[in-house]
Write a protein that binds this ligand. Sequence first.
Ligand code: NAI
Length: 478
Amino acid sequence: MAVQHRVRDLSLAESGRHQIRLAEHEMPGLMALRERYTASQPLAGARIAGSIHMTVQTAVLIETLVALGAEVRWASCNIFSTQDEAAAAVVVGVEGTPADPKGVPVFAWKGETLEEYWDCTDAIFQWEGHDGPNMILDDGGDATLLVHKGVEFEAAGAVPQPTEDDNEEYRIILEVLRRSLAADGSRFTRMAPGIRGVTEETTTGVHRLYEMQRAGTLLFPAMNVNDAVTKSKFDNTYGCRHSLIDGINRATDVLIGGKTAVVCGYGDVGKGSAEALRGQGARVLVTEVDPICALQAAMDGYQVVRLEDVLADAHIVITTTGCKDVVTAEHLAGLRDKAIVGNIGHFDNEIDMAGLARIPGVKRTEIKPQVHEWTFPDGHSIIILSEGRLLNLGNATGHPSFVMSNSFSDQTIAQIELFTKPEEYPTAVHLLPKHLDEEVARLHLDALGAKLTELTKSQAEYLGVDVAGPYKPDHYKY
Ligand code: NAI
């Protein structure tokens, strides 16, 4: 049967395959999991609907899930983050050709419209011969949201009319669900009970899951992959430390050394971002709302400021908060000429792009895709990266393979846990067991030449741990 797909161009597959091959070399965790589990096929019978940035690293994840027995359908979780050659290579597969693809269905390309994005998200839930997937692998929670809203509106018998407060994207979601309901009034209601669980990649998606758990609306078990130590303390921090600078450089090629950069938020992403900018020689200022993170920033040597007090100084402003309205239209208008503004948090509501567009007389000029100059009536202008969407994936190619090998090993193990041990994970949000978190770290040490010290039996007894771990109590902060 032909492999369903909506990608830019299958002839890019060869270039994608070469990049995937090199990425595999840098993803020892995922490759070790392939070796360990290919024979036993723990994901046989799993139908995974995946929604994560369709990058080269994600291609290695997808092919690992398939090697472990899963069937997979994939969309990207952002309109700008797909690497078209990776998407093509996954569809074509190792055995196929562009004329005769033999890989995995992918619905993603760089530069989707929001309508296309939600159609692609919907497409990962359409499984011939089944009501839908039995697993979700999500990043930011959009795929999970679609199922939950679908079930909610099917129960109500109708999709509500958008209100004045609903943004453009939510109107589009309502439209997708209106069409779905008209075609099949119980599609999501039939699908949801078959879903054994979702594994969620990022801070913002996890936040949504805990909100649903609190409200009692969560429909299936969820694994909080983000808060595995080997995910958030590595991908969010060291990944952004690499890919923030990559994004700024590819977008602008402006020398960062000597400039003043403001990092909004000093959580895991903010810490990596601030360090990267300092590493380039920038003077880094930090804004925070949390006194603990503000104090950490101060102790790390950054000046903690309020954004409105430093607008005239800032050459670069980066949001890393996962919050909304962090940089307002007023802030944007007050920035110095040619200031660069970008977001590396998950959603595009950290920078008020709609408010910017409403400033009377403001003009938008495309310098190149995902780089826009906004000129104010007084003649000064600012540069906005990726239209306020995450710039490390919009302007560059996201985190490098080695760090994603940690995150995606966590994802793979989380999928195996939820799929094979449903009795251990009731409908709630769960964390990856610590021994598995430690295992993921262990899988990456050899490649870096790191030699781990082993506890003696008597040392282990003295510390009250097992020689083989876990080495820390759950409340340990790393
Ligand atoms: P976090 O919760 O560790 O850090 C966010 C920080 O922002 C917190 O310390 C919070 O106090 C602060 N904050 C919140 N509102 C603020 C405001 N109005 N002004 C200043 N500071 C404020 O979260 P984490 O893990 O750092 O993630 C941040 C965002 O980045 C999330 O949306 C997450 O999903 C996303 N993310 C993006 C990645 C990428 O590759 N672009 C990778 C990993 C996460």
